[in-house]
Design a protein around this ligand. Structure first.
Ligand code: SF4
Length: 338
C-alpha cells in the first residue's frame, strides 16, 4: 500500500497535561470492540471504576462525559488515568489515533492530523513554512478497486497535488490562488472557468448565510455556543462589516500566508472524499465555505482586539475544526452545494 502524509506528522508529540484545550474533554470517547472487551476484563478497584463508566447503546460502547464535560478518566492534572493505571498500550483506538486520521482507498492510504488539536495547529502555523508530503510503501494490500475508481483516484490525487502547489506558490494573493484552484477543478470537470463559477451558487453566500449553516449543527461545547452567538451578531451588523476593508489592510501579508496554508490543509484532507461522494464539487464547496468561515472568525477576533496574531489563527482553526470536522453530519451540511 502507498502511504502519504505531511512531514509534520513525524514531528507531532502530544503535550498531555500542558495542553491548553485537551481532547479528553468535550467529546464522548467511542470504545472499539477489542479495547472494550479488554476493559470489561480488568479486575480490582480500577477495573470496577472502568466498568462503571462504560455505556453500551445499539452494540456500541463509549465513555459518557462527566457533568463538567470531561472524560471520566481525565484527572485533575489533565492526565489520563487509564494510561497511568494500565499503560499506553491499553488506550482505545480513538485515544491512540487522535489527532491522526487515516483514509484508505484501494491501495492508497492518506494520513493526516486534525487542526482541532491546538498543539498540531501550533506546529502547523508556526513551525511549518512549506508543507512537504512524504510517500512510503508497505506490504499491506488494500481493497481492490474497479478500473474506473482506480482511474478516478489517480486523477483526483494529481489534481489535489496540483492545487496544493498552487496554494503553496509564493506568487499571487490567497484569493487569486484559490480562484486558480477553482479553475483547475472546472477544467477537470470539462467546464470553462466561467461556466464552473456560474454553476457554484455557494460562491455568492454572505457571512450571515454561512453562519446559519453553523447554527444548524449541534454545539460541541459552551465556548462554541458563546462564540457562535457573537459571530452571528457580527454577521448582521453592517457597522462591524464595514470594517472588513480595514481588517484586510491591517493583516495583509500574514492573512494571505495563513489562509493559503489553511487551504492546503483542507485540499489535502478532503479532495480524496470525491471517491466516496462521487462529485468533487462537494469537496470544493466544503473547502470554500470553511475558508470563508475561518477568515470571518478571525475578523471577529480582530474586531475585539484591534489586531490578530498567529495565536488567533491557531485558535480559530482549532475551534472550527473541533466543531465541524469530527462529525460527519456537520461536514455534510457544508458539502451540500444547494
Ligand atoms: S489536543 Fe492534542 S496535544 Fe492536547 S491532549 Fe489531545 S492530542 Fe494531546
Amino acid at each position: 500500500m502507498i502511504i502519504e502524509y505531511p512531514e509534520y506528522y513525524e514531528r507531532f508529540r502530544c503535550i498531555g497535561g500542558s495542553c491548553p484545550d485537551t481532547c479528553c474533554a468535550g467529546w464522548e470517547v467511542d470504545i472499539d470492540d477489542e479495547s472494550g472487551d479488554y476493559y470489561r476484563s480488568v479486575t480490582g478497584d480500577f477495573g470496577k471504576r472502568l466498568n462503571e463508566h462504560i455505556c453500551e447503546c445499539d452494540g456500541e460502547r463509549y465513555f459518557p462525559l462527566t457533568k463538567s464535560n470531561r472524560c471520566p478518566f481525565l484527572n485533575d492534572k489533565n492526565l489520563c488515568d487509564i494510561y497511568i493505571n494500565l499503560g499506553e498500550e491499553s488506550l482505545c483506538q480513538t485515544c491512540t489515533e487522535y489527532p491522526r486520521y487515516f483514509m484508505d482507498i484501494g491501495n492508497y492510504e492518506q494520513v493526516d492530523m486534525s487542526l482541532s488539536c491546538m498543539e498540531l495547529a501550533r506546529i502547523f502555523y508556526t513551525e511549518t513554512e512549506h508543507i512537504n508530503y512524504i510517500r512510503s510503501e508497505n506490504d499491506v494490500c488494500g481493497d481492490e478497486l474497479s478500473q474506473d475508481d482506480q482511474a478516478t483516484l489517480i486523477e483526483v490525487l494529481a489534481l489535489r497535488n496540483q492545487c496544493i502547489s498552487v496554494m503553496q506558490d509564493n506568487d499571487g494573493s490567497f484569493t487569486e490562488k484559490f480562484k486558480t484552484v477553482r479553475d483547475l477543478v472546472s477544467e477537470a470537470q470539462g467546464l470553462t472557468s466561467e461556466e464552473g463559477d456560474t454553476a457554484r451558487p455557494y460562491l455568492t453566500e454572505d457571512y450571515s448565510e454561512l453562519i446559519v449553516l453553523l447554527e444548524s449543527m449541534d454545539s460541541i461545547n459552551d465556548t462554541w455556543t458563546e462564540k457562535l452567538n457573537y459571530y452571528k451578531k457580527v454577521s448582521v451588523d453592517s457597522k462591524a462589516l464595514s470594517r472588513l476593508g480595514d481588517f484586510f489592510r491591517d493583516t495583509d501579508g500574514s492573512l494571505d500566508t495563513w489562509m493559503s496554508k489553511t487551504a492546503v490543509y483542507f485540499i489535502f484532507r478532503y479532495f480524496i472524499d470525491t471517491l466516496i461522494d462521487g462529485d468533487i464539487e462537494k469537496e470544493l464547496c466544503l473547502i470554500h465555505r470553511s475558508l470563508r468561515l475561518i477568515l470571518f472568525m478571525l475578523f471577529a477576533e480582530w474586531l475585539i482586539k484591534g489586531t490578530v496574531q498567529v495565536t488567533d489563527i491557531i485558535y480559530v482553526s482549532h475551534l472550527y475544526s473541533k466543531q465541524v470536522e469530527h462529525d460527519d453530519g456537520n461536514v455534510s451540511v457544508l458539502k451540500d452545494t444547494i
